[in-house]
Design a protein around this ligand. Structure first.
Ligand code: SF4
Length: 475
């Protein structure tokens, strides 16, 4: 159990996250931290009680033009903990799930491109590799942000259903065999909400830069249900000019020619067909319920259907995998020449079947695994275009999306860096309503009920959410 005593509440949670990366949470750990400011110097000191061991903690950082007092306090605390424990982490004391936000904020506060990598290392104790990746991404992502106007938004359609549940997954997806009966009602309701929002977006002059249908596995819907949703969308001219439409067809066992042809006919540009690994014994161990040959078949069907961008997700460190198996998976997938590849690092999710049944994952991916993937992608013409992190990632690594030139997924960048508002429809969807006030922005989250049954039943909440979103769109 981790206990934090801290005289500044703003940093308590980050201290907890950092300690939970460093130590097994089942150990008795108590950190006592206090802050002192003198001019532009921030000092953090205290002790870390690690069962019978007491470690002194102390570090000083400077407030500067790119480092506010709050950020300097956070850096002093992280530095004190890492140095006190004599540990180093790839992302240093940065515990956020969106680390590209830091170099983006540097650039906006006038830091030159040459200084970003250096500051990430000195301010956050990051490894050079990670600082360099983040710097390059921030510069690239900034060019995307500069294309946005005040009226640009992204649209998200949530289909939280899957054919079966993978053992490592904590998404709120419901396994479809148990929920097939409610799918028609769910789709009907989704169409009603699309109609309300389509009208509001159109009347208020918005422009949908990117739309993402995710979940779950939206391709679990029948061809008819997909057609029903897209027909409703295209009732509103605002949906004619969407810059990019992605549909997650993550599970190859849900993909068939009829569904792909429907999606193509409705101008979907980008679809994701995710093998996760090309090692059949690993697929079996993680309960994916499909084989590698089923993935190849689905990929071939998608190629034939003519989508401009195909994405494949792979995971480093899956239970039962080996470094050789992972490298083979990378090589196999790159041989298909997808326009996007997303390399995830395994993270142990609290509510995943693997965790709740007390199983541990003996496979441990490290930087060498993901760097093999990175260099292989780059060699094949795919460059990193977005990055995020999750809790409990192996070796405290990251997930990176790679894209060939002209194929970066705008939705992923805009959503991950909170560059524009996201309007969500469906169970588990979270609308993020962003208002820019000068150089700062305010984000209001409007969350739908998580599970499809609750979502269908709770009309009051749906109406309340719709009112909040409509009021925002009317501003
Ligand atoms: S297909 Fe994706 S969302 Fe569905 S259970 Fe598997 S990992 Fe989770």
């Amino acid at each position: 159990m981790i206990t934090i005593h801290c005289d500044n509440n703003a940093h308590r949670l980050d201290a907890y996250h950092l300690l939970s990366i460093l130590f097994d949470k089942s150990r008795e750990i108590t950190a006592t931290l206090s802050f002192a400011i003198q001019g532009d110097r921030v000092n953090c000191s205290g002790v870390l009680q690690l069962e019978d061991t007491t470690l002194p903690l102390q570090a000083t950082t400077l407030i500067s033009r790119h480092k506010s007092q709050k950020r300097a306090e956070n850096a002093a605390m992280g530095k004190a903990i890492l140095e006190g424990c004599n540990r180093k982490l790839p992302y240093g004391y940065s515990v956020g799930v969106r680390p590209v936000k830091v170099p983006l904020s540097y650039i906006k506060s006038g830091v030159s491109p040459d200084e970003i990598t250096e500051f990430l290392q000195t301010d956050y104790g990051m490894a050079k590799r990670n600082a360099e990746i983040l710097s390059a991404l921030a510069l690239e992502e900034l060019t995307w942000e500069q294309t946005l106007t005040e009226k640009d938004i992204c649209f998200y359609l949530s289909i939280p259903f899957c054919p079966t549940r993978c053992s490592y997954c904590s998404f709120i997806s419901s396994a479809a065999p148990n929920h097939l009966k409610i799918l028609p009602y769910y789709v009907e309701l989704l169409c009603k909400e699309i109609a309300l929002l389509g009208k509001a977006l159109q009347e208020n002059g918005y422009n949908i830069r990117a739309m993402y249908m995710g979940g779950g596995t939206p391709s679990v819907l029948t061809a008819k249900q997909l057609e029903q949703i897209f027909t409703r969308l295209y009732n509103y001219p605002i949906f004619f000019n969407i810059g990019e439409i992605t549909v997650e067809c993550g599970r190859p066992d849900t993909v068939d020619e009829e569904k792909l042809n429907i999606l193509k006919a409705f101008h979907v540009d980008r679809i994701c067909i995710n093998p996760q690994t090309t090692q059949d014994e690993v697929l079996n161990a993680i309960g994916r319920c499909h084989t590698t040959s089923r993935f190849y078949h689905a990929f071939e069907l998608a190629r034939k259907a003519g989508f401009s961008t195909l994405n494949c997700d792979l995971i480093a460190g899956l239970p039962g995998d080996t470094r050789a198996g992972f490298e083979q998976s990378i090589t196999d997938v790159l041989a298909l020449q997808p326009e996007n590849v997303t390399i995830h690092t395994f993270s142990a999710k609290k509510s995943a079947y693997l965790t709740t049944t007390g199983q541990t994952n003996p496979t441990k991916a490290d930087t060498d695994w993901v760097d093999f993937a990175r260099f292989s992608c780059i060699k094949n013409g795919l460059q990193p275009y977005y990055l995020y992190r999750q809790k409990n990632m192996q070796a405290s690594l990251e997930n990176i999306g790679y894209a060939k030139t002209g194929h970066a997924c705008m939705y992923n960048i805009f959503m991950m860096e909170d560059m524009c508002s996201i309007i969500s429809v469906g169970a588990g969807g979270i609308s993020k309503l962003i208002s820019n006030c000068g150089s700062t922005s305010k984000i209001v989250r409007v969350a739908a009920d998580k599970y499809p049954f609750e979502y269908l039943a709770n009309k009051e909440k749906r109406v309340d959410n719709m009112e909040k979103i409509s009021a925002f769109l009317l501003r």
